[in-house]
Design a protein around this ligand. Structure first.
Ligand code: CA
Length: 232
């Protein structure tokens, strides 16, 4: 693997230093920024393979940086959150962050998450060049290479997670999965986040996919167990 570049945008120097130390030891090249504006400038100028982005930052906060970066780039963004309210905001807003990790976190966990997010983004890039691969489910078409879902021929604006969750369930029609299973399988590694992530992603997916999200016809709830995909 060629050397991957991580941009750390974090104003607490002690945290930034220890992350940098550990990532360097793991063979990453590391760049740092201590406020949101500088972070944004470096995110655009140096094209990192992943951005580690703190929420509370001077000048420009992490949410704004995330939105700005997304206007021009699909680089994986892993957000660092310190408080429960920040987690809710990361989950609830369409910021385009790929993942989040709550402080305090272990260094092994952080590095595992960074690697998993970089691998995933590389995998996506490879897929985009492959020959056409579309699965049809009634009036729903899932284009596995272009990461696109069309309903009655019209493309839906899904985030990467929403797409991956839909793809996973649709490829295993009628099989029920628990939230824990989905976290592990769809998020692709031992996920330390909480199962609310699954519920929020399902809710958003339904809002985009279903005619009436309160009466879903594709992503079904199995009460007390989890979710499954049904061909309408
Ligand atoms: Ca901070």
């Amino acid at each position: 693997m060629d050397q991957k570049k991580v941009l750390i945008i974090e104003d607490e120097k002690s945290i930034s230093d220890i992350i940098k130390f550990n990532l360097t030891k793991e063979g990453f090249s590391v760049e740092t920024a201590y406020d949101g504006q500088d972070g944004l400038t470096k995110a655009i100028a140096s094209e990192p393979d992943l951005i580690l982005l703190d929420v509370m930052l001077p000048v420009l906060d992490g949410f704004s940086v995330c939105k700005k970066v997304r206007e021009t780039s699909t680089v994986p963004i892993l957000m660092l959150t310190a408080k429960e309210e920040e987690v809710d905001k990361v989950l609830g807003l369409e910021l385009g962050a790929d993942d989040y990790i709550t402080k305090p976190f272990g260094m092994r966990e952080l590095i595992a998450r960074i690697k998993a997010n970089i691998r995933r983004s590389e995998f996506m890039t490879d897929q985009a060049d492959a020959p056409e691969n579309v699965r049809e489910f009634g009036n729903l078409a899932i284009d596995l290479n272009r990461y696109e879902v069309r309903k009655n021929g019209r493309a839906l604006e899904l985030t990467l997670r929403e797409f991956e969750l839909l793809k996973y369930l649709a490829e295993r029609e009628n099989k029920v999965f628990s939230r824990e299973q989905l976290l592990e399988e769809v998020w692709g590694y031992e996920y330390y986040g909480d199962i609310r992530t699954v519920d929020v992603t399902v809710r958003r997916l339904r809002e985009k996919l279903e005619d009436d999200s309160s009466e879903p016809k594709y992503i079904m709830t199995k009460r007390g167990i989890g979710y499954y995909f049904r061909r309408p």
